[in-house]
Design a protein around this ligand. Sequence first.
Ligand code: NDP
Length: 375
Amino acid sequence: LNKHTGGVRTLSTSSHRAQSVMQAWVIDQYGDNSVLRFTTNAAFPVLHYPNEVIIKVQAAGLNPLDVNMRGGYGAATMAMKRDPLNINKSSSEFPLVLGRDVSGVIMECGLDVGYFKPGDEVWAAIPPWKQGSLAEFVVLSANEVAHKPKSLGHTDAVSLPYVAATTWSALVNTGGLNKDNCSKKRILILGGSGGVGTFAIQLLKAWGAHVTVTCSQNAERLVRSLGADDVVDYSSGPVERKLCDVDKFDLVLDNVGGETEKWALTLLKPWSGAKYVTLVTPFLRNTDQLGLCDGMMQTAVTIATKAVKHLSNGVHYRWGFFSPSGSVLDDVSEIVDTGKIRPVVEETFPFSQVPQAMQKVEQGHARGKTVVTIA
Ligand code: NDP
């Protein structure tokens, strides 16, 4: 029985709702920041399944994916996820609401939801094929939602779910790490100063790993304050030269991509089960450019070719992906409440300044997360 959806059945779980519209930032077409439109007339979310909940959004978090999705990135795959059987041929994804992190309060529960009740304070990472959190309310499956850490307010809490779910999926599901097997492991994080990096450093240190991080020189203080043991500045010359002189690694988490693949796998301990896990993959780009079928085929060929090539050198090549999970967020919540992981909020914007918040994310050079207060 899934604790998020099973348990006591209730007949009425709604706090009384009079609205049929809500405030939201939407896009009606793909493009640059000018496509963002504020409306007081967005459709109020509806419970379509008995395992869903409606959350009143208190704060929303932004990720690079929001900027990319604003420009149409991943549109082909998201359309397939929204309508797998292609039944609604004429349906459009617009108006589309961005924002992948939510922290808020449960307002209404479907009849099968026993784990939450109206009034519960929750957080979630919203799958990219669902309407996002730059709105007053959002509807999610209960198994994507968790109670938020008690020690954090909504603005801090919302900085974590999407990067936490992504990091967990990459390190645990793909990389095979967990709290019990990290103590003697050396981990390299390429790109330690952004959303994923600042979370990954703290999770790995909470699990006892030795953590080496690459970042630019002006982020060294931040990543050290989060627990990084060794820091390599990439802005003062090729990191690969500096890294080839240190002991080899059990796992590389790559948040940078591009040229890194050419050298990062040589830093792994060969024939020991060591893994390279990259979050920068061509999967969505392939399906956007080639269509779903050919894009997936191309993706499968690419990953298989690379995995085989690197396996012959004794190391494992993997792609990591975001995966929504309320139960992972429950585990993260526990660690946060012990004080071993803290939010790294770089800048907070009011709901009226969503375009400025998106612009901030688009400029890059993140030092932690950009968040938006909604309520
Ligand atoms: P952020 O934008 O929050 O962080 C990126 C960080 O990398 C910045 O701090 C940036 O700072 C730093 N950086 C840039 N270039 C380098 C470099 N050459 N070496 C070291 N650091 C560098 O992104 P996220 O942490 O949220 O995400 C990281 C990557 O993972 C993104 O490409 C994102 O798209 C991807 N991702 C993929 C997911 C998936 O499902 N596959 C899910 C989530 C994220 P500075 O430029 O100042 O050095």
